[in-house]
Design a protein around this ligand. Structure first.
Ligand SMILES: *[C@@H]1O[C@H](CO)[C@@H](O)[C@H](O)[C@H]1NC(C)=O
Ligand SMILES: *[C@@H]1O[C@H](CO)[C@@H](O)[C@H](O)[C@H]1NC(C)=O
Ligand SMILES: *[C@@H]1O[C@H](CO)[C@@H](O)[C@H](O)[C@H]1NC(C)=O
Length: 411
């Protein structure tokens, strides 16, 4: 009996030890780079103080907006860049706030410059703003009591006043507004804004070439190395319920998907917001529709036989993986490709977001979604969902890079 017990104890010890090591490894691997974040926070404060001190001979005017807190990462990015663009258009210095990192709770913040250093340049943090603009010296205003068509012009005019410290109390770029044509007058300046101010941080830019090399993806459509690829944003997860509520309130596409220049980018039939069925068709499309959308781009790009799929599959949304595998099954089938009249045969490779996860090292876990956006931005063509702000942000970046609406399909 004795040797047996010893063996058992050894086995138990081994299992406990290796589990502990594995969990520690996982924890360390997804643990954000707090050292870097602290350093960025300190730098943001220092830069902001310098800007405030120079003050443009006392002429510098500031605006702090009611910023979206705690929604999805890309919803926050979109809100921040729209407000930054508005501040610049009205000649004010933008007051920025950190990202709220939802996976780590309500009060978990990530410095903005960890993602969008372009926004922080020439802007100041809310912390420094509260020092130069104490509450009694700040003017609170509302911007949203006009028709959505006039919203942009009205906001620019109201903000272009002499008060040094302005705080906007209403959330003008709310979900409803973003689905209206009231956003169209913003496009000219926003298009230019993306070219001159949109910039990912170095930490994110470091991952991109690594991912491209490992996955053998063409760095940009103009490059000659790597496989040309098409990107698909498969928006599922919580969208099933979200789409139901959007159909009940008759909501249309969001932000730039509503641009007239993109009308012909939507897979027919066109969206009819009076019809619940039509909204669900576009918001939560069947796999059949997704395949038809990919087919359009695969026919236009016979050399692109690699597909990169951005998706939100996770432990809480496991069926997304199932849908991914079904799509992959069809797309890599030569009979199926032939039935769809694809020249050059089926897809040779169908990759997904988690393949990039493998090239990330310690502390890079937070950047996954930004890397996905950038890879989709640089693809030969993009298939997205007009109800998703992540898809429409990718589309805006592609258009700002000089991309064509023909290379975009909304399911
Ligand atoms: C802001 O107001 C000034 C003075 O009224 C005017 O000269 C300037 O063109 C305005 N700027 C914008 C962006 O409207
Ligand atoms: C959304 O913003 C618009 C102005 O852009 C405003 O008129 C409307 O009342 C707001 N809606 C909600 C639900 O806050
Ligand atoms: C849009 O949907 C509504 C409700 O189903 C329908 O009555 C209308 O004819 C549709 N419009 C178009 C242009 O198909």
């Amino acid at each position: 009996m004795f040797p047996h017990r010893l063996t058992l104890i050894r086995i138990v010890l081994f299992v406990v030890l290796s589990t502990t090591l594995f969990l520690t490894y996982c924890y360390l691997k997804i643990r954000p780079s707090y050292g870097l974040y602290n350093q960025l926070n300190a730098q943001e404060l220092k830069d902001s103080e310098l800007i405030a001190k120079h003050g443009d001979g006392g002429k510098r005017r500031y605006v702090m907006f009611k910023q979206l807190r705690g929604a999805g990462f890309n919803n926050q990015v979109q809100d921040i860049v729209l407000y930054h663009n508005l501040a610049l258009a009205s000649g004010r210095t933008y007051v920025y706030q950190p990202f709220v990192w939802r996976p780590r709770g309500e009060k978990s913040y990530v410095p903005l410059s960890a993602f969008l250093p372009g926004v922080t340049k020439g802007s100041i943090t809310s912390e420094v703003f509260h020092n130069i603009c104490p509450e009694q010296d700040s003017k609170h205003i509302s911007l949203g009591d006009v028709d959505s068509e006039k919203q942009w012009e009205h906001a620019v005019n109201v903000l272009n006043q002499s008060e040094q410290c302005v705080i906007v109390d209403d959330w003008i770029f709310n979900w409803t507004f973003l689905t209206t044509s009231g956003l169209h007058p913003v496009w000219t300046s926003f298009h230019q804004y993306l070219k001159t101010h949109f910039e990912w941080s170095q930490a994110i830019l470091n991952i991109i070439p690594r991912a491209q090399t490992q996955l053998n993806l063409r760095p940009t459509p103009k490059s000659t190395t790597g496989d040309p690829y098409i990107a698909l944003h498969l928006r599922r997860g919580d969208f099933e319920n979200h789409c139901k509520s959007l159909s009940e309130t008759q909501m249309g596409f969001t932000t730039w998907a509503t641009l007239p220049s993109l009308h012909s980018s939507t897979l027919p039939p066109p969206l009819n917001t009076s019809s619940t069925t039509s909204i669900l068709t576009h918001c939560y499309p069947s796999l059949h529709r997704i395949l038809s959308s990919i087919s359009i781009q695969a026919q236009l790009h016979p050399n692109a036989r690699t597909l990169y799929v951005l998706h939100d599959g996770a432990i809480d949304h496991p069926t997304v993986y199932l849908q991914f595998y079904k799509l992959r099954e069809a797309l890599t089938n030569k009979h199926w490709a032939k039935s769809r009249h694809w020249q050059n045969g089926p897809m040779k490779r169908v990759l997904q977001s988690s393949d990039v996860g493998r090239v990330q090292t310690w502390g890079e876990n937070d950047y996954g979604v930004a890397v996905d956006v950038e890879l989709a931005r640089r693809a030969e063509a993009f298939v997205g969902n007009g109800y998703s702000s992540l898809s429409t942000q990718i589309v805006a970046l592609r258009l700002a890079d000089g991309g064509s609406p023909n290379e975009i399909t909304f399911v």
